[in-house]
Ligand binder design. Sequence first.
Ligand code: GDP
Ligand code: MG
Length: 441
Amino acid sequence: NLTEKFDTVFKKLRGRGRLSEENIKDALREVRLVLLEADVNFRVVKDFIAAVRDRALGQDVLKSLTPAQQVIKIVREELARLMGEGEANALDLAARPPVPVMLCGLQGAGKTTTCGKLALSLRRQKRNPLLVPADIYRPAAIEQLKTVGRQINVEVFDSQPGQDPVKICEAARAYAELNGFDTLILDTAGRLHIDSELMQELVRIRDSLEPREILFVADAMTGQDAVNVAESFNQVLDISGVILTKLDGDARGGAALSIRAVTGKPIKLVGMGEKLDALEVFHPDRMAQRILGMGDVLSLIEKAQSVVETEDAARMEAQLRKDGFTLETFRDQLQMIKKMGSMEGLLKMIPGAGKAMKQMKGMQPPDQEMKKIEAIINSMTRRERHDHRILNGSRRQRIARGSGTTVQDVNQLIKRFSEAQKMMKKMQKMGPKGLKGMMRG
Ligand code: GDP
Ligand code: MG
């Protein structure tokens, strides 16, 4: 996957003390291959590499004490820029209610699920959404949206299979006006491939409802295909943004990287799982960090904040700031994560945990692994938790006995943890936008 490949390229770069122009050019050639292999659009790659090369060779990178770090930083910043860093990506719902939001995309992209996620998220922002089933071709589609609506306790407008989708949307708007709904979420039909009949239908819905947001829902797993389809939808519908789904899967990266550059439209939200609370705001810089394998600590903290009492989250943040990333803060984070379900998605956000996940695969389910990790950390003294470097052989033996695990288990955890800690430190050194600066922001 993309992250691992970047890791390999940068490892070579880091291995050298000083860098020559040749070193940088070599590294960029490899970055280029990595991106092309990840199915990133050719034109996008070309511009990207040119931008990084200009910055890497033009500045004082070679003279700096940490040239490899500088190059990686430039790559990260350019990746973020490619994905729309610095733009306001939030949904724009500032209009007279009911505000229509239209979701469109191919069949299976995740429209219906995302409609539910969006409704739930708007509800949490104290809005009052109405779900509108405008996919009338498969009776099951309306049923599916109704099921979603029931799960999150959001009303689904009553429509019948076979009705004209434009009429349904218009009736839903009238109903919303009468009943105090402030947002209409339109779940439109998809096809397996782009087809002009469907496009015409979507254009008619758009022209009648004039949605404030027209969001193209793209399946991140389909890579470059998703980008091409997004471009077609954009040409016909002039979309306002993209929701990238299934970013919890393996094939992340490619589509996220080119979709903004190819369509000129921002990725606004990302789907991180099948559950209806698995929708997140898209942060280009964090995505860039994630692609580069540094873990997405910030999204993790944000997620923690939305689920855990704010008090807890504030305490955790203060502790992180005061003590840094220690085994104790690590354990507290894990305990919060446990309250939140979806272990795998969250684990990926912890620096270093991506690799750990891989090691764990086929061994034990993460939940069991979590209990083990917790038991081990609990068996440590406070001092040990604050400074794992003092954990010598006899301490490790004592901890293994106390936690009902083996010395290997203890060793493995400490190894993993210290890798994660190193990465955190690296992130903090990455200038004013490092972890600390960002955590305050
Ligand atoms: P639609 O045909 O575009 O309406 O797609 P659906 O909403 O029916 O979703 C198709 C499948 O993708 C379903 O099995 C969903 O559970 C799944 N899905 C949707 N979003 C996500 C996501 O963000 N992550 C994962 N893993 N699955 C998703
Ligand atoms: Mg659907």
